[in-house]
Design a protein around this ligand. Structure first.
Ligand code: SF4
Length: 330
């Protein structure tokens, strides 16, 4: 049995259920890095190239966190996860494409990286082929891989179903794996806000300055793009003249556009990452669209390694006050 390390960041928040079940079915031990802390952040900043965006730096910190405990780091090279045919070419951002190389070149004394290439636009069976390559690497037979693959797909489906019930990914994982209690739904929220952005920023409560905890404390019901079905997302893709090239950026845009059209949504918060090239476009686009959709209140918050809870709290509280005032007046 090998110990496989999975960094608790980037694609973890969306694909972890699949890979956890897949590896465990293949009799491997899965070790996840700790939730982000100041130390993990500092390690990432130290190890990564200086001009990387903050999530990529953080990824290095998470690799450092588990490096000494595992035999392999699972760090797939994410290229594409769907054919985006009608809407233009779409891949993950270039930093995802080069991530395994970046980590290898920047960090010493790390275990071997399983950096299988995930490029699902290549064809219908491509995902199974990816899993087979991982299976072969671990010395498993095709039969074993097939069984693990189907079990993992089932769990990933259940995970997605939970997200569609407006449950945040970390809470959905608790329900699936930690027999966690379902967080009680906010029965009568004061406000309903869509929080859009990259999953690795929205669901990492450390890096985003604890926005999600703050909103929940303020009795705000939160919606994110990951709670929307593919059908809704594709409908929004049709509504804009041109999609962007990057998968996660497109999801943030489509999600925001959908929520801007919902009467129950009081405002939109876009959490954006410092030194993210694609976000410079996403943020401007959302600002324009918020105005076009009848002045939907819109707040952009940029996070970086120095983001403190206090600064974020002040801005979010001011935004909430404005939304409450607006609601009382109407
Ligand atoms: S999309 Fe932006 S934040 Fe995400 S990895 Fe690429 S550059 Fe970094």
């Amino acid at each position: 049995m090998s110990r496989i390390g999975i960094p608790r960041t980037l694609a973890y928040f969306i694909y972890f259920p699949f890979w956890k079940v897949f590896f465990e079915e293949l009799n491997q031990e899965v070790i996840v890095s700790s939730p982000t802390t100041r130390e993990i952040m500092d390690d990432g900043v130290r190890d990564a190239v200086t001009d990387a965006c903050i999530p990529i730096k953080l990824y290095h910190g998470h690799v450092a966190d588990i490096a000494s405990q595992v035999d392999y780091i699972f760090g797939p090279r994410l290229v594409s996860v769907r054919k985006h045919g009608d809407f233009g070419t779409e891949t993950f951002c270039p930093k995802f494409l080069g991530l395994p190389d970046m980590v290898r070149l920047s960090m010493d004394n790390i275990p071997e990286i399983i950096d299988v290439r995930v490029d699902l636009k290549q064809g219908k069976d491509e995902f199974f082929k990816v899993c087979s390559r991982v299976g072969v690497f671990l010395g498993k037979s095709e039969k074993e891989v097939k069984k693990a693959y189907h079990r993992a797909l089932k769990v990933q489906k259940r995970f997605k179903k939970l997200l569609y019930q407006n449950i945040m990914p970390p809470d959905a994982m608790d329900i699936l794996f930690a027999q966690g209690e379902r967080k009680p739904l906010i029965a009568q929220p004061d406000l309903q806000i869509a929080v859009v952005g990259y999953p690795y920023v929205i669901y990492d409560d450390y890096i985003n300055g604890r926005i999600v905890s703050l909103l929940e404390k303020e009795n705000v019901k939160i919606y994110t793009q990951d709670m929307l079905s593919d059908k809704i997302m594709n409908r929004q893709a049709r509504n804009i003249p041109k999609s962007m090239f990057w998968y996660f950026s497109n999801r943030a845009v489509y999600g925001a556009l959908h929520y801007m059209q919902q009467k129950n949504i009081d405002g939109i918060i876009h959490i954006t990452a410092f030194a993210c090239g694609p976000d410079a476009i996403v943020d401007r686009l959302l600002e324009i669209e918020a105005k076009r959709h009848g002045q939907v209140p819109y707040l952009a918050i940029m996070v970086d390694e120095h983001t403190g809870d206090a600064g974020v709290r002040t801005r979010v509280e001011a935004f909430l006050d404005m939304l409450r005032f607006r609601k009382d007046k109407s």
